[in-house]
Write a protein of this length. Structure first.
Length: 463
């Protein structure tokens, strides 16, 4: 069955929530689809009520904004379709068809089709992981994954946790873990924060970001957590699980400096090297993407946040990693632009555009400051697994490049199966591209998420 709406919003994080409630309040009939059972996305992830958490707000520094959005959603008339995994969007004769499957993991096998005059993509991002020896040991988790465990499950990945990688998320994760009772001996940041100084205007016009950093810094100082910049975890030690990590100083290209290795005892490692925009649905539609300052791909958007495909808009991390406040602003901006197009609502104000431009300038500065250096593959030994799904090592990829003539990600994939596993290259794509001597390109995929064959076989042939 197909329900008809003015706007289908895909993703119920900060951008999707702001977009859905704004559009509904402006008079549009809105469907908000999300794969999770509860709204909030990663940033506003919160415990299941069954856990009985008394103060979920203590795990967030902007909980009041989320509670206001949730209250507006309950009263604005938008239809929240929870546990709906959108696997493709297609263009009908005059409407967009949004196809989804239901269930916690998309295993409900009930196909759903939502039809809408316009689509707003607010699909967020996933963590970027750069491999290193030992990163497949139990106890190594993504930095965002550790935060999700704490926010949603009220559990810690360990008792003594090193936080490592690159990007401002590390400070937030470390302060959350320490506040929750974990011992965090060190935050290991590969970049150097002085990189922000090259863009003083972006810093000066976003004082809220400095305040946020000071809040996290104060929490780390209070719990005795050291922050080491220009360093990286280059090896994990242990048999059945993490027992210690090796931390190495890096040069400006992220190459380990000889003689600088230190060993830190721990039972868990939370690691992440920034975020990657989730744009599979958009690229499947043919939306143009562009290279970002932090060496990922994001959607190319106009001043109203419309993609290169008319009728499809995007907000939040899909247009480049920028944080929750930028996502909220972009969700509202996109919704107002869509309402102006569909029902003649007032146009987007200059004030809203300036706010978005100011925060996007800071996001670009952040991307430059934390972009991975070209020397990080020097961390890898030949037996280091790069593609975890297919167990493809760095040595096999180097052989494909040096001896078999592979010159790009696709050639390496065909020769080694790297990127052909369950995650479809989301975990290893950038690593494979770097080892191949090229750059990863945004791929067009007909399926953005796994879908049972029974669902496909039951579709109308015209779909």
């Amino acid at each position: 069955m197909a329900d008809r709406y003015d706007l289908a919003v895909i993703g119920a994080g900060a951008a999707g929530l702001a977009g859905a409630v704004t559009a509904a309040e402006l008079g549009l009939r809105v469907a908000l689809l999300d794969s999770q059972a509860r709204t909030g996305g990663q940033f506003y992830r919160h415990p299941d009520p069954a856990l009985g958490a008394v103060r979920p707000d203590r795990l967030h520094h902007d909980w009041a904004t989320f509670t206001r959005l949730r209250r507006r959603l309950a009263h604005c008339g938008a239809h929240h379709l929870a546990a709906h995994h959108v696997w493709t969007v297609t263009r009908g004769q005059d409407l967009w068809d949004v196809h989804a499957v239901t269930g916690d993991d998309g295993d409900g096998e009930r196909p759903v089709r939502v039809r809408a005059r316009a689509v707003l993509l607010a699909t967020g991002a996933y963590e970027r992981q750069l491999p290193f020896p030992g990163w497949t040991l139990p106890g190594v988790v993504g930095a965002g994954g550790a935060q999700a465990m704490l926010k949603e499950g009220l559990v810690l990945p360990g008792r003594r946790i090193v936080v490592a990688g690159s990007g401002p998320l590390l400070l937030a994760v470390a302060s959350s873990l320490a506040t929750a009772g974990a011992r965090v001996p060190e935050v290991v940041e590969a970049s150097r924060y002085l990189g922000y100084a090259r863009r003083p205007r972006a810093l000066g016009t976003n004082p809220g970001k400095l305040k946020e950093a000071l809040l996290h810094g104060a929490a780390l100082l209070r719990h005795g957590v050291r922050v080491r910049t220009g360093s990286a975890v280059t090896e994990v030690h242990g048999t059945d699980r993490v027992e210690a990590v090796t931390v190495s100083r890096l040069d400006r290209d992220w190459r380990p400096l000889p003689g600088t290795d230190r060993r830190i005892t721990c039972d868990a490692l939370a690691v992440g090297h920034g975020l990657v925009p989730r744009i599979e649905l958009a690229t499947g539609l043919g939306c143009a993407a562009l290279r970002t300052p932090d060496a990922t791909f994001a959607l190319a958007l106009d001043g109203n946040l419309e993609t290169s495909v008319p009728g499809v808009w995007a907000a939040g991390e899909t247009g480049g990693i920028g944080g929750a406040q930028l996502a909220l602003t972009e969700g509202e901006l996109a919704a107002r632009a869509i309402a102006a197009r569909l029902c003649g609502a007032p146009a987007v104000t200059a004030t809203l555009r300036r706010r978005r431009a100011r925060m996007r300038a800071f996001a670009d500065a952040m991307g430059v400051a934390h972009a991975p250096g070209p020397g990080w593959p020097g961390w890898l030994t030949d037996d280091t697994e790069v593609c975890r799904c297919e167990e493809v090592t760095a040595g096999r990829i180097r052989t494909a490049v040096d001896e078999l003539g592979a010159r790009d990600t696709r050639s390496v994939k065909l020769m080694t199966r790297a990127g052909m596993g369950w995650c479809q290259g989301r975990m290893c794509g950038q690593a494979v591209a770097c080892l191949a001597g090229g750059t990863e390109s945004p791929e067009r995929r007909p399926l953005a998420t796994p879908v049972p064959l029974g669902v496909l076989s039951g579709l109308d042939p015209t779909d």
